[in-house]
Design a protein around this ligand. Structure first.
Ligand SMILES: [Zn+2]
Length: 305
C-alpha cells in the first residue's frame, strides 16, 4: 500500500515537554506513596493546539517505529523522543483517552489548572510492545526456523499457539500469528478512513488516518511487514531509512546525499590527518577502507589547495 494513503497531522508542543511528579486527580496519595512521573507539556496546556509544531510521521519520519523500538526505556531517551515527535496518544482537542491522565500539579487546590501528561510506565510499556513486534518480525525475515523456534519457546509463545490451533503448526506460522494478534490489538478501532485534501493533485482523496502517534507507529510497522520493506541505519546520522528495491542493503549506507557528502568529507579529512602524522598511504587506505589511489587523491588535493 503506498504511504500517501496514510496521514496523520501530529502536534508537538512548541515549548516542549518535561518530566514532573504529580498526583492523579481524585486519587489522593496514601501516606508514603510516590506520585506518578508524568511527561507534561511546558507552558499553558490549553494552548497546545494553537502553539504546536505540526508534522506527518508518514512524510517526515516513515521509519519512526524503528527509532521508537530502539529507544532506551529511560526518562532521558523518552524526553528527547517526545520533544521531537510529541506525545504518543495526544489528540487535539483534548479527548479523554487511556493515554492521557487528568492531573493536578502538586500543591494545587481543586480549582488549579488541569495538566495533561503521559506516565513513564506507559512509555516504557509502549516501547516494549513495539520493540517486541519488530524483533519478532526481524527474526521471521531471517528465515531461521531453529532460531525462531527457540525464541518463541523462550517468550512462552509456541505452546499457547499450539493449544489454540489444536495441532502443531510450526514456528513460522506461530510467529506470524503472534504478530497478527499484536497488531490487531493495537490497530482495531484506532484507524479511520477520512477524506483528505491531496495537495499534490489538488483534489479530494481518501486516507487511512490513525487516531494518535502510537497507532501511526503500528501502521508504519504493518506497512513495512506487508510491503516487505527493509530498513537500515544511516552510517552518518543514525536515522533509519527504507531500502528501496532494487537497492541492496550494502549499496546505500546513508539516508541522504547530505549525510553521504558529510561522511565523505570526514574521510578525506581523516586521511589528511593520518598523513600528517606520518602514517603510510597503504595503512591510511586500509583504515579508511578505500584504495591507495583514492587515499592519495584525498591527501594531494589538500596540498594543491
Ligand atoms: Zn543520515
Amino acid at each position: 500500500m503506498p504511504t500517501e494513503l496514510f496521514q496523520l497531522r501530529w502536534g508537538v508542543a512548541e515549548q516542549g515537554y518535561e518530566w514532573r511528579d504529580v498526583s492523579l486527580r481524585g486519587h489522593p496519595l496514601p501516606e508514603g506513596a510516590r506520585p506518578v512521573r508524568l511527561l507534561v507539556a511546558r507552558g499553558d496546556a490549553d494552548d497546545i493546539e494553537m502553539s504546536a509544531r505540526w508534522y506527518d510521521p508518514f512524510v517526515d519520519a516513515l521509519a519512526l517505529f524503528r527509532t521508537f523500538a530502539d529507544l532506551a526505556p529511560t526518562q532521558e531517551a523518552i524526553y528527547k523522543f517526545a520533544n521531537h515527535y510529541g506525545w504518543l496518544h495526544y489528540s487535539p482537542p483534548f479527548v479523554a483517552d487511556p493515554g492521557a491522565f487528568q492531573i493536578h500539579a502538586p500543591g494545587s487546590d481543586d480549582h488549579a489548572r488541569v495538566v495533561w501528561g503521559e506516565s513513564l510506565e506507559q512509555w516504557i510499556e509502549a516501547i516494549g510492545q513495539v520493540r517486541y513486534a519488530v524483533a519478532l518480525w526481524d527474526r521471521l525475515q531471517m528465515n531461521d526456523r531453529e532460531d525462531l523456534a527457540r525464541y518463541l519457546r523462550q517468550e512462552g509463545l509456541e505452546q499457547s499457539f499450539e493449544r489454540e490451533a489444536g495441532r502443531r503448526t510450526g514456528p513460522v506460522w506461530t510467529g506470524h500469528a503472534a504478530l497478527y494478534t499484536m497488531v490487531a490489538a493495537q490497530l482495531t478501532n484506532t484507524l479511520s478512513a477520512q477524506p483528505v485534501w491531496d495537495a499534490d493533485r489538488q483534489r479530494l482523496s481518501l486516507a487511512l488516518v490513525p487516531a494518535n502517534l502510537f497507532a501511526a507507529l503500528w501502521l508504519q510497522f504493518v506497512n513495512s511487514v506487508q510491503g516487505n520493506i527493509e530498513y537500515q541505519k544511516c552510517a552518518w546520522c543514525g536515522k533509519w531509512f527504507a531500502i528501496v528495491p532494487p537497492q541492496v542493503r550494502s549499496s546505500r549506507a546513508y539516508c541522504s546525499t547530505a549525510c553521504r557528502s558529510k561522511a565523505y568529507r570526514k574521510r578525506q579529512a581523516d586521511a589528511r590527518k593520518l598523513a600528517a602524522t606520518g602514517v603510510s598511504l597503504e595503512e591510511i587506505a586500509s583504515r579508511l577502507e578505500t584504495t591507495v589511489e583514492t587515499a592519495r587523491g584525498w591527501i594531494e588535493r589538500q596540498h594543491r589547495a
